[in-house]
Design a protein around this ligand. Structure first.
Ligand code: X8Z
Ligand code: ZN
Length: 614
């Protein structure tokens, strides 16, 4: 299964988390009749689990080949395999529903029935040919995204290069606007027709399975009711929103000082293309432009350190592996190094958006990235490896439990580890000279640098699915797709496109997870959870200083405890897994707020007299 990005399927396990759609028919032999008894349910679950498990190896390989070499042929093969998977998944979901009222079910059988019913990312109706049609559409969308180009100075530029250039401080506002607009026009707009069709088919599939729509299905995967889950996300956002607003106000003022009123007014929303990232989801690459004089000069940038030592992408992955090894995890298998795609191949089209795979659900773990030597990708490597080590830790679980405690956990592990990339840690691994460790008076700068990525992301992490929930439940109609997107980007993030957008655009489609159909609330949850994990690990390690200076590098006890949580996979409700590592079964924003508390105080002082909000 892949965890990446794309979406798919869901079922738990295996398949990729990525975008691919699900499966289907294939095993079209007449299903054996299972009596509606506890024993019948147990037999049904065992057979379904075995069939899905057997199918997954071939499906994973097919998707890997497609994602790392996009051609008409690999598209066709992937569409076929994923269509077959969807059919299978739907068949089992329908069957699983029949056992809903059976009493005396074994606890694992009951949990697995729930996973079979709920775990399809994009269900197709059982109508002949529907799964195949859905799969063709989703394959076309992901491959279109993978091959997408924008322009810079009128010349075509591919996805991973344009992402890098959006964070390049030397680009002018005109160049940033050109890249932003061309990417949204070229990549998003052409897929709108397919997206509308996809929503119709998948919603029909969800209704056949007894859900109101696909969004309701997505909200049902959290060991609580969909309503409770939506309320949880709202609670966490309410708690963290003041911190986001403070950051927004401060960054807007700095951009106004840099660019002047004509480009970035002092009040109102921030121009989306000025924030160093195509989607304005993380702002860390413009840190030097907003750093306060004195306290903001950290004296180093991880990307510059890597470049100065001529580190390669493979070196960066080795450094990531080194962190996990220091916690006591086994080294990556040799096949990781021979089978992963670590840099963008020059001779073919690929999906550059980073992902992590476990092709055989055992130890054939791999990453797929178009790595650039910079700070952002150094963090992303730790993120992807977090998926791989999680996959390996739970590989003894039965197939339907081969997954994170919830999807936010899967996204949080690598990020939590990367929070330990402190200056002192960089010294330990020989990247930073020990005389260059920023002194305590640079704490504000260190925290601001982190907030530019972690805090800035929160509203984006939330709005992507709230937008799709609206599309799936029909509140947002196709004619309003773009207006609604721009409105929500304003409402949540306080950002605005560099120029007015045409009504028939589909700007959301220019973000990988939309064509990829990867549910996105997982990343919002992960931003919160990673600070819970980090605070717990630092406590376990006996850390006494300011939280953000803590690195648990080399701590085998932390590693052992982490492994206990990871090895559970999806076998128990997520609050139990959370409790194993943190001692508490509740998601809480408190650790994140504590981490950033000194920064919040500083931002509030800086923002005196400024108008907050937009
Ligand atoms: O998609 C990803 C990972 C793969 S699971 C690279 N992330 C989100 C994104 O890029 O939009 C990580 C952070 C948020
Ligand atoms: Zn991820």
């Amino acid at each position: 299964m892949k965890f990446a990005s794309t979406a798919l399927a869901a079922l738990a396990a295996s398949l990729s988390f990525a975008a691919v759609p699900a499966l289907a028919q294939g095993a079209a032999q007449a299903a054996p009749a299972y009596p509606l008894t506890a024993e019948g349910a147990a037999r049904f679950v065992a057979d379904a689990e075995k069939d899905l498990s057997d199918f997954s190896l071939d499906n994973n390989r097919t998707n890997w080949v497609n994602y790392t070499n996009i051609t008409e042929d690999t598209d066709a093969l992937a569409a076929k395999s994923n269509g077959d998977l969807t059919e299978k998944q739907v068949k089992y979901a329908v069957e699983a529903a029949k056992f809903a009222k059976v009493s005396g079910l074994d606890a694992d059988v009951s949990r697995k029935l729930g996973i079979l019913r709920q775990g399809i990312v994009l269900p197709a109706p059982t109508t002949q040919g529907a799964a195949a049609q859905l799969s063709e559409i989703t394959t076309r969308m992901t491959s279109t995204y993978g091959k997408g180009k924008g322009t810079l100075d009128g010349k075509p530029i591919n996805g991973s290069d344009i992402e890098e250039q959006m964070g390049n401080a030397e680009r002018t506002p005109a160049q940033l606007a050109e890249m932003w607009t061309s990417w949204h026009d070229n990549v998003g707009k052409p897929m709108k027709g397919d997206y509308v069709k996809m929503v119709g088919i998948a919603n029909e599939g969800a209704r056949e399975l007894g859900y109101a729509d696909v969004g309701a299905m997505w909200r049902s995967g959290y060991d609580m009711t969909p309503e409770q889950f939506a309320a949880e996300t709202q609670r966490l956002w309410k708690e963290t929103k003041p911190l986001y607003l403070a950051l927004h106000t401060y960054v807007r003022r700095k951009l106004n000082e840099k660019y002047g009123d004509a480009v970035q007014p002092r009040t109102g929303p921030i121009r989306a293309d000025l924030l160093g990232n195509m989607w304005a989801q993380e702002w860390g690459s413009i840190y030097p432009q907003v750093a306060p004089a004195g306290a903001g000069d950290l004296g180093y940038d991880v990307g510059d350190l890597l470049k100065a030592q001529k580190k390669t992408p493979v070196d960066m992955v080795k450094a990531g592996e080194g962190f996990y090894s220091s916690l006591g995890f086994d080294p990556l298998p040799d096949t990781f190094w021979t089978r992963s795609m670590i840099v963008k191949p020059a001779d073919r089209e690929v999906i550059c958006h980073a992902s992590a795979w476990d092709v055989d659900n055992k130890d054939d773990i791999r990453i797929k990235m178009c790595t650039k030597v910079n700070a952002e990708d150094f963090t992303t490597i730790h993120h992807e490896l977090g998926h791989n080590y999680y996959q390996r830790a739970y590989n003894k679980q039965p197939f339907l439990y081969l997954n994170g405690a919830n999807d936010g956990f899967h996204e949080a592990i690598g990020d939590f580890v990367a929070l330990s990339i402190t200056p002192q840690y960089l010294v330990q691994i020989g990247l930073l000279d020990k005389t260059k460790v920023p002194s305590a008076d640079k704490d504000t700068g260190l925290l601001l640098r982190q907030a530019m990525d972690k805090v800035a992301f929160l509203p984006f992490g939330l709005l992507l699915d709230r937008y799709r929930w609206g599309i799936f439940d029909g509140t947002i109609k196709p004619a309003d797709y773009n207006k609604a997107w721009t409105k929500m980007r304003l409402e949540y993030q306080g950002i605005t496109p560099p120029s007015a957008r045409p009504d028939d655009a589909f700007d959301a489609g220019a973000k990988y997870h939309i064509p990829g159909n990867t549910p996105y609330t997982r990343y919002f949850l992960a931003r919160i959870l990673q600070f819970q994990f980090y605070q717990a690990a630092c406590k376990q390690a006996g850390w006494k200083g300011p939280l953000h200076r803590c690195s648990f590098y080399g701590n085998k006890q932390v590693g052992a405890k982490l492994n206990t949580m990871l090895a559970m996979g999806q076998s128990k409700p997520w609050p139990e897994a959370l409790k194993v590592f943190t001692g508490s079964p509740q998601m809480s924003a408190k650790p994140m707020l504590e981490y950033f508390a000194p920064l919040k105080k500083w931002l509030d002082e800086q923002n005196k007299g400024e108008k907050s909000g937009w």
